[in-house]
Write a protein that binds this ligand. Structure first.
Ligand code: SAH
Length: 387
């Protein structure tokens, strides 16, 4: 099957063939058994396939010229190589690019590519919708539909690579050099699938992205944090957003289950956290909610003993949100106090606001796109309509 050149592509129609994308090496080897590949050859064959799938980005078995023609035909009969469909492809005036992905069941999630001077980051979604009802996040008002599968998670990376024309995997100077698990959903509520996808992304014989270039952001699923450090050792980001349990209970309701002290202890214990690889604390700037000088001082005090940096995120408003963004002055003052306490505290430049691709805006775009369309899934039921 030849896939059309990547522009906007329909979600893959139902296909009974097994998708090779998202399988780990053992599963890939095992999948070859029914094709009559002798056991002693399976690992070698799986290695060949891995190279074509993840190093070269092949989307068609015919490209796999190190595999015999006959074998290629048999592979194509039994297997497919998937990519998420692209329902919409938008480019911001600042170069940010957002893909609205359509999966085979017609559910949608978004994925954002953010080019910067020294890097290009891909913001990857882990779920369709979200179970966390963070008060300032638009995605949080969308009900949780389902977890994304490993193929749908690693597929976001591969699709971005297709569009950037960045195959085979370059050694350095990559357009797509960093991954942030900061899209829709809570990655630690879909840990197994996220971990499987990230292991594929990190595999040295394929995409080979260093764990140092991957950041996983969590709202604070404390019991999973230790495992992330032990099994994946990627960079950790924590959506902190408040310095007291009282305020954080309201902003990030998972705090009622795992309060600040417990969360910060997990950060102190995070094995991959050290001075060279500090933990990022995300802090959304909400006018008169969490942006006072006293809050800034309390934040610095809380972070004592943690190799930390702070990422201040100007609040991105959405229709119906009960919050406003802090003033420029308040953000500056806040950043200065945290900086003076010895923590780097850059203000995250909002990127892609004109295409609704900035933090917390991902739902809005999907909703807008769905308006006037027949609902195709629970996600697609419009929650508001404008003429
Ligand atoms: N569930 C994970 C992954 C999402 S990351 C987590 O909470 O960390 C997305 C980041 O953007 C989080 O820090 C989130 O709190 C923040 N965010 C959400 N809505 C926002 C908004 N309207 N403005 C600015 N940042 C927002």
């Amino acid at each position: 099957m030849t896939m059309p050149a990547p522009e906007t592509t329909a979600a893959a129609p139902a296909d009974a063939r097994l998708d090779l994308v998202g399988l780990d090496r053992d599963e890939l080897a095992a999948a070859l058994a029914p094709l009559g590949v002798p056991e002693r050859q399976r690992r070698m064959r799986a290695g060949q396939l891995w190279h074509w799938l993840y190093y070269r980005g092949a989307r068609d078995f015919d490209e796999m010229t190190t595999i015999s023609k006959d074998m290629r035909a048999r592979l194509a009969e039994a297997f497919r190589i998937s990519r998420p469909g692209v329902t919409r492809d938008q480019k911001s005036e600042d170069g940010t690019r957002k893909w609205l992905l359509g999966f085979a069941d017609r559910n949608e999630a978004e994925c954002v590519y953010i080019p910067e001077d020294d890097r290009g980051s891909l913001c990857i979604s882990s779920q369709v919708g979200c179970t966390l009802t963070c008060a300032f996040c638009h995605t949080g008002t969308q009900r949780m539909v389902r977890n994304l599968e490993p193929a749908e998670i690693v597929g976001q990376f591969m699709l971005a690579r297709d569009h950037l024309g960045e195959w085979p995997s370059p050694k350095d100077a990559r357009l797509l050099s960093n991954v942030v698990m900061m899209g829709m959903g809570e990655p630690l509520y879909n840990y197994d699938n996220v971990a499987k996808a990230l292991r594929i992304v990190m595999d040295p014989e394929g995409i080979a992205l260093s764990r140092r270039r991957i950041t996983l952001s969590t709202a604070g699923v404390v019991p999973m944090i230790e495992r992330v450090g032990r099994e994946l050792a990627v960079n950790l980001a924590i959506s902190l957003h408040a310095v007291t349990d009282e305020v954080r209970d309201r902003l990030v309701p998972i705090n009622r289950k795992h309060p600040i002290a417990e969360l910060l202890q997990a950060c102190r214990d995070y094995p991959a956290g050290n001075n060279a690889r500090r933990i990022t604390f995300e802090y959304v700037m909400l006018r008169e909610v969490n942006d006072s000088p006293a809050d800034a001082r309390a934040l610095a005090a809380l972070l004592k003993g943690i190799p930390a940096k702070v990422n201040l995120i100007p609040f991105n408003p959405w229709p119906g949100s009960a919050f406003e963004c802090s003033s420029k002055n308040a953000i500056r003052r806040f950043a200065d106090i945290v900086n003076d306490a010895g923590y780097s505290a850059p203000v995250r430049q909002p990127r892609g606001r004109d295409i609704m691709a900035a933090c917390g805006q991902l739902k809005s775009a999907s909703e807008r796109l769905r308006r006037g369309r027949a609902p195709t899934s629970p996600l697609a039921a419009p929650t508001s309509r404008t003429p």
